[in-house]
Design a protein around this ligand. Structure first.
Ligand code: HEM
Length: 447
């Protein structure tokens, strides 16, 4: 059993805690924490919270989901958005929900969803001019949202509905961390930002309710994600998802499956534009497998370098950059006694950029995910998709989508950075992404 050290992060301000470094440069702040111990005390506003910075500790917190339950500032806010869905529900409700959701993420289902990914990606790539300049995140966000929306509801979903969902999420998510740091009394005040946030949530729930009701009326069975969720209601035992739960799962999948994928793709393109030698390797793989055409589901297994690029991107820039747990009973962590209701902060960056876990942790090195090198990493060194029973249910979906998009882009384009980028993370964004990343996508000549 390892011996762990504990410490306190310096620089907390009265009332604000570590809000300022988290706002100004979250990656640097989080990466600095291991220097103070394996378990570090920080302040979220006025609240005391503990950040595990050692792979074993972080893994322990994630896998003991009975003691370290969903809750704390992040998940309390997430519940306002996604209700009691599979990502936000407490341990006591989770196993049943996960069991009922799992068939929707079965390998055969993913294969069916991939048709949507292929179609949307190929259409986007075909829409670009010879030297298209794009602001990467909004373009990739729109792609990921259309993909996840059409995966959920295969039948035609109006462009207007996609746009409504986009706008509601934008407003709801943009206030997410601000709300999280606010004392509850301030959150209830009729401030314009609070009113906007509440209105966006109401709008989002109304839109999803409308879609689910219409879907039920028109009949399910289209092979899409929602039809799998509805089919749980017909199984023996009668413990299928209720209509209210299905609505929560729809908001959950929309929320968890869009920004994460868009942020990963955005950071991946940024890293590739800065590392031309790695971009050339990706292009060579895409050329050999695709011969210039867009990628398809069956190609994924033959695109291992693209998959390593995705993993390395999530290591360096985990989209889920900060979320919380709350202790359901008194427990001990790193030799420290934590009373019930203590907030524990999960920030994969604390481990992903830790020298003890990785050699040259700041380097973009996709080959560290070659099987023999990855096997030598300490347990718990990679937590970009979480761990244990609450591990990401959409990890294969997300990685497949990122591989398809990256390989399709590499097959037809060379990505260059252009002036005007601001790659500092958006302050307190719900998911970690750059502020602005214009890229030039030059059509590749004949090979
Ligand atoms: C690169 C893309 C993605 C990343 C980095 C990512 C990351 C994560 C992380 C870190 C968690 C664990 C959160 C926690 O322990 O509190 C998680 C959970 C989850 N993710 Fe993902 N995710 C990605 C894509 C997706 C996609 C595409 C979907 C759905 C289509 C999805 C759906 C979910 C759900 C439903 C959960 C909750 C699982 C549970 O508690 O049982 N994710 N994700």
């Amino acid at each position: 059993m390892s011996t762990f050290t504990t410490g306190t992060a310096p620089g907390a301000l009265p009332g604000l805690g570590h809000m300022w470094p988290l706002l100004r440069d979250p990656t640097a702040f989080l990466a600095s924490l291991p220097a103070h111990g394996d378990l570090v005390e920080i302040r979220l506003g006025r609240e005391r919270a503990y950040v595990p910075c050692h792979p074993e500790l972080l893994r322990h917190v994630l896998t003991d989901d009975r003691t370290f339950d969903k809750g704390g500032a992040y998940y309390d806010r997430a519940r306002a958005m996604a209700g009691n869905g599979v990502a936000t529900c407490p341990h006591r409700d989770h196993r049943r929900q996960r069991r009922l959701m799992q068939p929707a993420f079965h390998h055969d289902q993913l294969k069916a969803y991939a048709a949507v990914m292929e179609h949307e990606t190929a259409a986007l790539a075909a829409s670009w001019g010879d030297s298209e300049v794009v602001d990467a995140y909004p373009v990739l966000y729109a792609l990921a949202l259309r993909t996840v929306t059409r995966t959920l509801f295969a039948a035609h979903v109006d462009e207007a509905v996609v746009e409504e969902i986009r706008q509601s999420f934008e407003t709801a998510f943009s206030g997410f961390f601000r709300q999280m740091f606010m004392p509850p009394a301030v959150r209830r005040l009729p401030l314009p930002s609070n009113v906007r946030h509440r209105r966006a949530l109401r709008h989002l729930h109304g839109t999803v309710e409308g879609i689910v009701t219409a879907y039920r009326r028109d009949g399910a069975g289209r092979g899409d994600l929602l039809s799998v969720l509805f089919s749980s209601q017909d199984t023996e035992g009668g413990d299928g998802l209720t209509d209210a739960e299905i609505q929560d799962q729809v908001v959950t999948v929309l929320a968890a499956g869009t920004e994460t994928v868009a942020a990963t793709l955005t950071w991946a393109l940024q890293l590739l534009s800065e590392h031309p030698e790695q971009q050339r390797r990706l292009q060579a793989e895409a050329d050999a497998v695709l011969g210039g055409r867009p990628a398809r589901w069956d190609d994924i297994a033959r695109l291992p370098f693209a998959a390593r690029v995705v993993n390395e991107t999530v290591r360096l820039h985990p989209p889920g950059w900060l979320f919380t747990r709350v202790t359901s009973a008194e427990t001990e962590l790193a030799g420290r006694r934590l009373p019930p209701d203590t907030t524990v902060v999960i920030a994969p960056t604390t481990v992903h950029r830790r020298t003890g876990a990785y050699a040259r942790p700041l380097e973009f090195d996709p080959d560290r995910w070659l099987a023999d090198r990855a096997a030598a990493l300490p347990r718990g060194a990679f937590l970009g998709f979480g761990a244990g029973a609450r591990k990401c249910i959409g990890d294969d979906f997300g990685v497949a989508e990122c591989v398809l998009v990256l390989a399709t882009i590499a097959a037809g384009r060379t990505v260059h950075s252009v002036p005007g980028a601001d790659t500092r993370p958006v302050p307190l964004a719900a998911f970690h992404r750059p502020r602005r990343l214009p890229l030039r996508l030059d059509r590749r000549g004949p090979r």
